[in-house]
Ligand binder design. Structure first.
Ligand code: PA5
Length: 476
């Protein structure tokens, strides 16, 4: 039995959700929830959970089965890449990139790419999730394409950013290796049958991985989209899936007071309804900074919707805000504590970091400095997190904390899945489809029209008409 399958180990690494500072007992009746209020909403929350469970593994909820997928093929692909390449570059954007970035930041050495080869123990990992030309070209100053594997990740195969990056990197490879050999450096991660990339896989004979049916980009971190880059870099992907499966189990209970995802989703929803549409996520761990980025996309793209299930215009959706403790205490905290009462806060804290860093003692005679000696940086960070939560609570600002035992594959997989299921439950609470993204498509379509893609002539005409209304004096 692997350690993460042992019940006592799992319990020790269960992510706790401390919502004391959301409750009236702590922050007062005017600002907090009472148990009676949560009790009155229990049935609504349970109905939302039941609706999610009823759709489990169907339609766009097939990501719920990802914790149980076999990964032998993925691990074999990763082993092959590790043996053949010095660098692994992900080409992708949005849900096709944010998971890999979060995994890289949370579970690899913070300076993974700069480590000497023997200390790194695997390829360098780069995730190109933007199309700034200077940034893209700069990659060639630090890696040689002939020592590199490019994983082009796009479910649709039609995302202009990703496909233009792919055209660029393909040409680099063809120029250096020739038409015959370049394909050995390409992995295509895309839909099994649909989209514009799949035919190229067959035509060019690329190695390919599948974005499974019913798994949208922002719910794909635990598919080949996130798992292959993770496995190539040496991350324990079985541990990730074990953590996700554990979260799946916890999230199945209809008992609101035992179900982390359900309590999180309900309290966030109630906060929105009572006038707190801004939802701040603030990890107190450098490695979890981009988990907040991943979460912001998940929350925003899933819950920001124009229409409800019945087609009524509702224009709902909480606005996720990413922050980082302790850094943003010196940037955002003033606004959070004293500004408008339009926010709910979620901290993510870590009980045990891989290292403990003592603060040396030096008696300077300065009381603002001398008290630090003898403590650890770990204690200071924990005190900063608790201090901020308490300051917010004292100001009647609702806040809760996900408490993570340590950042490892199991806890990260658990966190991903808890937040995914909380998002699906929230979709039901808002009575919207959490799995479409017409707003994103609207932007994509206009970009296609601007670049003259056939089939988008009507949008091009609309853009021209809008451009005709522009006034020079409005641009100064
Ligand atoms: O979550 C989503 O669906 C989006 O963010 C997509 O991941 C993003 O638009 C990229 O799409 P694709 O994977 O089709 O290139």
């Amino acid at each position: 039995m692997l350690h993460y399958d042992e019940p006592s180990w799992q319990i020790a690494h269960r992510i706790r959700f401390d919502f004391n500072n959301l409750m009236a007992d702590t922050i007062g009746e005017a600002h907090g929830f009472t148990e009676a209020e949560l009790g009155r909403q229990t049935e609504v929350a349970q109905a939302a959970l039941a609706a999610v469970q009823a759709k489990r593994d169907t339609g766009w909820l097939r990501w719920m089965g990802l914790p149980y997928q076999p990964v032998d093929d993925l691990l074999a692909t990763a082993a092959d890449v590790r043996a053949r390449f010095k660098n692994f570059v992900v080409l992708g954007i949005g849900g096709s990139a944010l998971g890999a970035i979060a995994l890289q930041d949370a579970l690899l050495h913070p300076y993974h790419n700069q480590l000497p080869d023997d200390a790194r123990g695997g390829p360098r990992l780069y995730v190109l999730d933007n199309i700034d030309p200077d940034w893209l070209l700069a990659l060639l100053d630090v890696l040689n394409p002939t020592e590199t594997c490019f994983d082009v990740i796009t479910k649709s195969g039609s995302t202009a950013e990703t496909m233009s990056q792919f055209l660029w990197t393909r040409q680099l490879l063809v120029d250096r290796l020739g038409e015959q050999r370049y394909a050995e450096h390409v992995i295509a991660t895309t839909d099994a049958a649909k989209g514009s990339l799949r035919p190229l896989v067959d035509q060019e004979n690329y190695h390919s991985c599948v974005v499974p049916d019913g798994v949208g980009g922002r719910f794909s971190v635990l598919s080949a989209v996130g798992l292959l880059p993770a496995a190539v870099a040496g991350i324990d992907i079985r541990g990730l899936l074990a953590g996700a499966a554990y979260a799946d189990r916890i999230s199945a209970t209809p008992d609101l007071w035992q179900n982390t995802a359900l309590m999180y989703a309900l309290t966030q929803y109630l906060a929105y309804r009572r006038g707190q549409p801004l939802s701040v996520m603030m990890p107190y761990a450098q490695g979890l900074r981009t988990v907040a980025d991943w979460y912001a996309q998940l929350w925003a793209e899933s819950l920001g919707k124009a229409e409800d299930h019945q087609g009524q215009v509702v224009n709902v959706g909480p606005t996720p805000i990413k922050a980082l403790g302790a850094t943003d205490q010196h940037s955002q905290a003033q606004l959070y504590i004293a500004g408008p009462r339009d926010k709910i806060f979620t901290f993510v804290t870590v009980d045990k970091f891989a290292n403990e860093l003592p603060i040396p003692t030096w008696r300077t005679g300065q009381s603002a400095v001398d008290y630090l000696g003898g403590h650890t940086i770990n204690e200071l960070l924990a005190a900063e997190a608790e201090g901020t939560a308490l300051a917010l609570a004292a100001a009647g600002r609702p806040n809760a904390t996900f408490k993570v035992s340590e950042v490892n594959a199991f806890t990260l997989g658990q966190l991903f899945y808890l937040l995914e299921i909380a998002t699906a439950i929230s979709g039901e609470l808002y009575n919207i489809d959490a799995f479409n993204q017409p707003g994103v498509e609207a932007g994509k379509v206009r970009a296609y029209a601007l670049l003259g893609r056939p089939g988008y002539e009507a949008q091009a005409a609309e853009i021209e008409a809008l451009r005709g209304k522009r006034k020079a004096r409005y641009e100064i």
